[in-house]
Every structure is written in structure tokens, then in C-alpha cells.
Design a protein. Structure first.
Length: 682
């Protein structure tokens, strides 16, 4: 027996595998897959799809379908014990298409990968492991108790240009990137589908429905490009006799939030997050405070202020306190940089710096490459289309080709220089340039993601503790969500400053991306926390400033501040808010709060919860700048058991919060733009 806890049944019409939670059926007549879960959820009418020359071949069109006995094998890996088998499709003159499936004991999901093999070498930029197309009958069926309030989640490919996560009510057409959840917003029952390998493909998940609550079309495909991936060219093509799709996670869950967290952990099995065992980074970054007006004075003043007023009063962690240069640090002289590093070290802090490894900001492509004069100009290093034309700029910068050896050598030299100068933190920005499709210098690099992996591996390796003999923190700013594993934190949104609209935008990313924290990256980075005023905005009100800080804490955070503390308002708020031990203890946890609801479209939800051992925390926001708001928080929706008495304290103001035992609701009144952090004990 292959696995005693997974039952296999087969006859001339059907092969099925059942682990007690999930039953997978392979239709040997029609070539279709069906998945059925014990609580009533199902996905049906599934086939594979391959672009072969000018055609798109569907496995359901083929004439022969089988599950070879030899393909059914026991597996034991990071997912546990299970079985792997192959659903094979053949038709004369076409590639053999195989859908490989993995099922594990006790897990409510299956992994699916498509492989296509031809007798001669061929290429393709479209491999879809799972497709279901119907005009009438739903291809997704939800569990008992589900309503018709079905939503499909849009997950952005990257965090550039202030893109937003969004949950779209069905009927709609949604193309999400790498992962989606399709769920009932009332019962939370739903499905999670997403890629867990990120070595070659950009994966899209397309969900369509024409009637309320009914999903009738689904396509999970490797090979998507477009406006959201920042590409102007089609996806690169895999090449060989055998071409393989991304591996896809498909699961059904009583609570889609559990499903997204399981998906994050599944990715970590395939490629672990970059380890960081030194606590949440606390400190400051220069960008929001001064942007292009960065100089030595603001840097050393900030270092002195944080040491004197904050650090000695508890604004610190095991991760250390970092004082970080952002863009325009190169306006300082070498002597000034060394003075800055020395001052930070004398204050018991760590210096950080900034770079854009895959972006060329010059206007002249014929400019000689520094250190390679007479041998290379920048045009040689820039990514091009198949005709040799430079790709269009993004945010004003050309894309450097990560497969060019001089690009890699430049990155390596710059990072080694940072280490030699004494920096221990680097923010890497505008990384999407490195993942664009194009004609790469190395002919073996055939896709943007393949090139991006090459460049990011160089970055991570160059500053690894094994190489430099000490920890070095890597943070990603504008970057694709996948591939992960190359940095300790990634900004969960685009730029966020200090006004109420900024906080709402950040909370949108946490509403639908909280699960990224401590699965793909150790920390969700909430960007630089502005308490009083960024250099490009008005002063924030006290409620706005405290709301922004609260949002950073619940993000799971790297607690880097973003004010110019030479301003009295910024200094006074920092001293008041950042020296409260209980608040800073919560920030030091480095754990993202969960959203309570997920039906806000492209906006943020306003209630988030973190469960602990015997104590719990609720973050609640009034996102209306004009009116006060009364909120009633239902215990069951919060994930709490029924209770006759609760101890609920406002961590900011210290007062008790009302609780209605008869309705099992916590009652909170919020002023415009106000946020509250509630500490709950049963």
C-alpha cells in the first residue's frame, strides 16, 4: 500500500485519492479533474492547457487519459507524508501532457504541476495546470452555510505605483497575481489557489462569474504579463523537450484567512524565508523626513535625539536601533559618511543605507560604466527587446539586466563597499526593474523572474553572515511579492507617509496581505512611520499621527520612524508615544494582526485582532475624517468565545471599554481619524 492514510480507488473510468479531508478524482474518459472536500466544497471540470505553436491544447481534448500505476508513489517531505501521482494525457502529434498531483495526510490542499513533453525541443510561454470554463454551471461550490456574498481577491504582483489589494464581489472578472482567495465574506468559507514555485513564471489566477455568487470560469496560468507586472513584452518562453509549469496550491478552508496563512507556509516549505533571529528593527529612515534634502546635520541630530530621548527610555529591541540613509546619501562626501557612521556607532546604534541595484537613473545610455571605462557603456547593461531597443523607463529609470556579468559585479562591489564603510542594513528599491521580460545577455536566462532570482541571489549571498561575519539586514521597498527568501522584510505597500489617507492605504495592504508576515518575509514593513509631518505634506493631527503609529504596530512591523525631529511637534509626539512600555512591547512582537472582515473592496477594513495566550489585542480605526463613529465588535467575529465578563482596556488612554454581555459585543466610540488599541483579558 502506498500510504495507509490515503485511500486510492481505480477502475477503467476513474482513479481517485482520498485523505479523509479531500477527495481528488481523475476522469479517465473525459480527462477532467474534480476536487471534493468533506465540508461540501468542490472544484470541478478542471483541465490543463498548453500553448504549443499557434495552438492552445487542452487536456480534455486529448483522446487518451491514464494514471500509470508506476506514477503512484509515496512521498515524505516538508509537507509531511503523502502520495504523488500523474494524470497523463496523450494524442498523436501533440506533446504528452502530465498533471502531477501531491496529496498529504491531514492537509486540505493538493499541489498540482503541469509538464508537457514533445519528441523535439519546443518552447512555450503559457502553461496552465488548472482551467475550468463553463457558461452555465458553477465550477466552484462552497460549503454548507455559505451565502451568495462571494468575493475574489486581487493580490498585486508588486507594491509599486500605490497599487491596492482588493476583494471583488462576484459577478466580476479578476486577474490576481501568484495567489487568490475566493470566499464567502459572511461565513468566511472559501478557496485559496496560488503558485508555490517562483523560479521562472509569473503566475496569474483568473476568476470570472456572471451571476451573483457563482464562479463559472477559472484559469491558473504561468506566463502572464501586462500593466500590473510593469511589462511591455510577452512573458519569456520555457524551452526544451520537457517544459514545466509553476506548482500550484489548491485548498478549501472553513476560513479563507487560515487558507492564506497555509499558503504562505507552503511557500516557506519550498523556499524558506531569510532567517532573522535578532528581533524587530527599531530606528529611523531619512526619506519621509527630508527626501532629497538629506544632509549630515539631520542624520546626526536624529541619532543623538533617538539615543537621548527614546532609546534610553525603551525604544529599542533585540534587533537593534538603525539610523538609515535613504536616497540622496551620495550627496554627502566620503568624510561625512564616515563621520555619520562613527556617530551612530558611538550612540549604540547601527547605520543603514539605500541602493537600487537594477535601475539606471542616467539619461544617457552611452555613458561609460564607472570602473569599466573604455569597455562598457550603460547601453550594454540595459535590458532590451528582441530587436535590441531599450525597454521603456519605469519611474524614470531604465532596467539593468541582472544576467549581465557587469551588472552583477557592480551590485557586488557596491554591497562590499557598504560593508567596508560599516553599514549593517540596506534598503533595496525599484527591484521590479530586475524582473522585466526582455532579451537577456545570458541566453540561458529566458524570463524576467529567472533573471530576478539570479540578481537577488547575488545580493543575499554578498552580505550573508557567513560572508561578512555579522548580521546584515536586507529590506525590499518596491519589489515583486515573489520570489521571496532573499530579504528579511518587504514593504507591504508603496510609500506611506503620515496622514489619514496614508494610514488607510497601509491598512488596505494589511487587510489582505497580513499573512505575508513571518511566512514569506520575517517582517511586513509598514514603511517609515511619520508621527508628525513628512517633508512633502502638512502636519498631521494627533489622531492621524497616533493612527499611523497604531497601523505600523499591527503590521508586524519594522519600527522605523520618518520624522525630522528638529521639529518640536515631531519630537514631543515621539517622546510621548514611543516611551510607553506596553505599546513598545506590542511593537516588539513583530506579528501582524489579522483582519476581522474581508469585504472592503479596494479599501481597508477597520478592525484587526491578535490572539495571545490568555490575552488578546484589538486595533480599531475610524477611517472617516469628518465624523465620530460608534463601533460594536462582535465577540464571535473577533474569534473570542462567549463571555459574561471581559477586561478591556484602551492602551492609549488607559480607560476601560464597554462590553454588552447580552449582545456579546464590545462597544467603542472613535473620534474622526482616531485609532484605539484594546488589550483584552478573559
Amino acid at each position: 500500500m502506498v500510504n495507509p492514510k490515503i485511500r486510492i480507488e481505480a477502475d477503467s473510468r476513474m482513479m481517485s485519492a482520498d485523505n479523509g479531508i479531500l477527495r481528488i478524482e481523475c476522469d479517465l474518459i473525459g480527462g477532467l479533474l474534480a476536487l471534493h472536500w468533506q465540508n461540501g466544497e468542490s472544484l470541478s471540470g478542471l483541465f490543463g492547457e498548453v500553448a504549443f505553436g499557434a495552438e492552445r491544447l487542452r487536456t480534455s481534448w486529448f483522446t487518451e487519459h491514464q494514471v500509470p500505476d508506476a506514477s503512484i508513489q509515496s512521498v515524505e517531505d516538508g509537507f509531511g507524508q503523502g502520495i504523488r501521482w500523474t494524470f497523463e494525457h496523450r494524442q498523436a502529434g501533440n506533446p504528452v501532457i502530465r498533471q502531477h498531483l501531491w496529496m498529504y495526510e491531514g492537509l486540505p490542499y493538493v499541489l498540482v504541476e503541469l509538464e508537457a513533453e514533445h519528441v523535439e525541443e519546443w518552447e512555450t510561454n503559457h502553461l496552465a495546470p488548472l482551467v475550468a470554463l463553463s457558461n452555465d454551471e458553477p465550477v466552484m461550490r462552497f460549503g454548507a452555510g455559505a451565502s451568495r456574498n462571494i468575493r475574489a481577491l486581487f493580490v498585486p504582483y508588486d507594491n509599486d505605483k500605490w497599487v491596492r489589494f482588493a476583494s471583488h464581489a462576484i459577478p466580476s472578472t479578476v486577474e490576481s497575481y501568484e495567489v487568490t482567495a475566493v470566499y464567502d465574506s459572511e461565513s468566511r468559507n472559501g478557496f485559496v489557489l496560488g503558485s508555490i514555485t517562483h523560479d521562472f513564471w509569473k503566475t496569474g489566477i483568473q476568476v470570472e462569474g456572471a451571476m451573483p455568487g457563482e464562479v463559472t470560469r477559472l484559469r491558473v496560468v504561468g506566463g502572464v504579463t501586462g500593466l500590473h507586472t510593469r511589462d511591455t513584452l510577452p512573458h519569456g518562453s520555457a524551452h526544451g523537450k520537457v517544459n514545466v509549469s509553476p506548482r500550484i496550491f489548491v485548498g478549501a478552508f472553513d476560513d479563507y484567512r487560515d487558507g492564506l496563512e497555509s499558503y504562505g507556509r507552503a511557500n516557506a516549505v519550498m523556499a524558506p524565508k531569510l532567517p532573522w533571529d535578532h528581533g524587530v528593527p527599531f530606528g529611523w529612515n531619512s526619506w519621509a523626513a527630508v527626501m532629497g534634502k538629506l544632509d549630515l546635520d539631520v542624520y546626526v541630530h536624529t541619532s543623538d535625539f533617538i539615543r537621548r530621548e527614546l532609546q534610553e527610555e525603551g525604544f529599542t529591541s533585540d534587533g537593534g536601533v538603525y539610523i538609515n540613509f535613504d536616497a540622496f546619501w551620495n550627496s554627502l562626501s566620503g568624510e561625512q559618511l564616515q563621520e555619520a557612521v562613527n556617530r551612530v556607532r558611538a550612540n549604540g546604534q547601527k547605520p543603514g543605507i539605500y541602493f537600487t541595484p537594477f535601475a539606471y537613473w542616467g539619461k544617457d545610455p552611452e555613458r561609460p560604466v564607472e570602473g569599466y571605462e573604455g569597455r562598457y557603456v550603460y547601453r550594454d547593461l540595459l535590458l532590451k527587446d528582441q530587436s535590441g531597443n531599450l525597454l521603456p523607463t519605469i519611474a524614470g529609470a531604465y532596467a539593468l539586466d541582472p544576467s549581465h556579468p557587469v551588472t552583477l559585479e557592480r551590485i557586488k562591489r557596491q554591497l562590499e563597499q557598504f560593508v567596508e564603510w560599516g553599514f549593517e542594513y540596506a534598503k533595496a528599491d525599484f527591484l521590479c526593474h530586475g524582473a522585466l521580460e526582455g532579451r537577456h545577455h545570458d541566453p540561458n536566462i529566458r524570463s524576467g523572474i529567472q533573471a530576478y532570482n539570479l540578481g537577488m541571489a547575488m545580493i543575499q549571498d554578498t552580505v550573508s553572515p557567513e560572508k561578512i561575519g555579522k548580521p546584515f539586514f536586507l529590506n525590499l521597498s518596491i519589489a515583486p511579492l515573489f520570489p521571496h527568501g532573499y530579504a528579511h522584510s518587504r514593504r507591504v505597500s508603496c510609500d506611506v507617509f503620515g496622514l489619514a489617507g496614508d494610514t488607510e492605504y497601509l491598512l488596505n495592504a494589511i487587510t489582505y496581505g497580513w499573512w505575508i508576515n513571518d511566512t514569506l518575509y520575517r517582517f511586513n514593513d509598514p514603511d517609515h512611520t511619520v508621527l508628525f509631518q513628512s517633508c512633502n505634506q502638512r502636519e498631521s493631527t494627533p489622531n492621524e499621527g497616533r493612527g499611523r503609529l497604531t497601523a505600523s504596530i499591527l503590521a508586524g512591523t519594522s519600527m522605523l520612524l520618518g520624522d525630522d525631529f528638529r521639529k518640536e511637534g515631531a519630537a514631543s509626539r515621539a517622546v510621548d508615544w514611543l516611551t510607553r512600555p506596553e505599546i513598545m512591547d506590542l511593537a516588539r512582537k513583530g506579528i501582524s494582526f489579522r483582519p476581522v472582515e474581508g469585504s472592503s473592496g479596494d479599501r481597508a477594513e477597520s478592525v484587526f485582532v491578535l490572539h495571545g495566550n490568555g490575552e488578546h489585542w484589538i486595533a480599531v480605526f475610524n477611517l472617516d475624517p469628518g465624523d465620530a463613529e460608534d463601533k460594536r465588535l462582535n465577540l464571535q467575529r473577533l474569534g473570542f468565545p462567549a463571555a459574561s465578563h471581559l477586561s478591556i482596556r484602551d492602551m492609549w488612554d488607559g480607560g476601560d471599554v464597554g462590553y454588552d454581555e447580552s449582545s456579546q459585543e464590545i462597544k467603542v466610540r472613535l473620534k474622526p481619524d482616531e485609532a484605539k488599541l484594546l488589550h483584552v483579558k478573559f
